[in-house]
Design a protein around this ligand. Structure first.
Ligand SMILES: Cc1cc2nc3c(=O)[nH]c(=O)nc-3n(C[C@H](O)[C@H](O)[C@H](O)COP(=O)(O)OP(=O)(O)OC[C@H]3O[C@@H](n4cnc5c(N)ncnc54)[C@H](O)[C@@H]3O)c2cc1C
Length: 243
């Protein structure tokens, strides 16, 4: 794996980002993450690498045949800054381990709120989804109204703190779905593929899809090139959900 992936931070949405803070196997371990998967599978008969061609073939066989546990031998630990509307959906994936910034310990800052660049319209065909966008003038007006609301909320929050109200309670003045939080989030490669399949899909909400796509493009693919290729071929392009 490219050692420079550790510590790499990619911007997402208006104020968010994802940073890879640790990985198993560690980049200095002398074994690529793809090979760690192959070696884990070969423990069945106490073997290790048989050269790139056979190793890659075995990895593809594993993914194609749902032999998933070797993929759990690779882990990613990210630090992520995302608005609550994203976390609300992300935490439904129970195979991630999380630690979250707490608004009880740390006061929020004035610009800690998500402002969409584009106001998407309600989709006619899917009650959950959005489709298309409003005209430029409406877009600007909605953004102006949102920023004014954020300012008002933040002023009330600050006044409550100044009046001695606790941080844990003063935050009820803040616009819930929009507040940015920084979390540490860890997952293994098998469960990450499940998350990516669901959250990179066209029916996933934009505000989580961009995080899933960033993980896939900037961290998963460079760290696990063989696995990413097999994942694309057998899972992303497949009509059938994996077992
Ligand atoms: C487009 C989209 C729309 C959605 N809409 C809604 C909605 O309207 N309302 C809503 O509430 N949720 C909604 N969700 C969330 C969805 O129902 C799942 O909670 C979420 O996608 C996590 O999926 P998961 O349980 O497979 O993943 P994980 O929690 O990561 O679990 C991974 C896998 O582990 C296994 N597993 C984990 N825990 C258990 C368990 N306790 N028992 C048995 N097996 C387990 C399952 O096989 C599961 O697939 C939506 C998700 C998507 C992608």
């Amino acid at each position: 794996m490219d050692a420079e992936l550790l510590g790499k931070r990619i911007a997402v949405l208006d104020k968010g980002w994802i940073e890879l803070i640790d990985m198993l196997p560690h980049p200095n371990a002398g074994v690529s993450a793809d090979l760690a998967i192959v070696n884990a599978a070969r423990v069945s008969f106490m073997g290790e690498s048989k050269g790139p061609e056979k190793d890659k073939k075995l990895l593809f066989y594993l993914l194609r045949n749902h032999h998933t546990t070797p993929f759990e031998m690779v882990e990613f630990k990210f630090r992520v800054r995302a608005p609550l509307v994203t976390w609300w959906q992300w935490v439904r994936h129970r195979t991630w381990s999380f630690n979250a910034q707490s608004g009880r310990y740390t006061a929020f800052e004035e610009n800690d709120f998500y402002v969409p660049d584009v106001w998407r319209k309600q989709a006619a065909s899917n009650k959950q989804a959005s489709d298309g966008q409003v005209d430029t003038e409406t877009n600007a007006e909605l953004t102006r109204q949102l920023e004014s609301l954020y300012q008002q909320s933040y002023d009330l929050y600050s006044r409550a703190l100044e009046a001695g109200i606790s941080r844990e309670l003063a935050r009820v003045f803040l616009p819930g779905f929009s507040v940015y939080y920084t979390w540490v989030a860890k997952i293994d490669a098998h469960n990450l593929m499940h998350f990516l399949r669901l959250r990179m899909a066209p029916d996933a909400q934009h505000e989580i899809r961009v995080y899933a796509e960033t993980i896939y493009e900037h961290f998963f693919k460079p760290a696990l090139p063989w696995t990413a290729e097999a994942f694309s071929e057998y899972i992303l392009k497949s009509e059938q959900p994996p077992q």
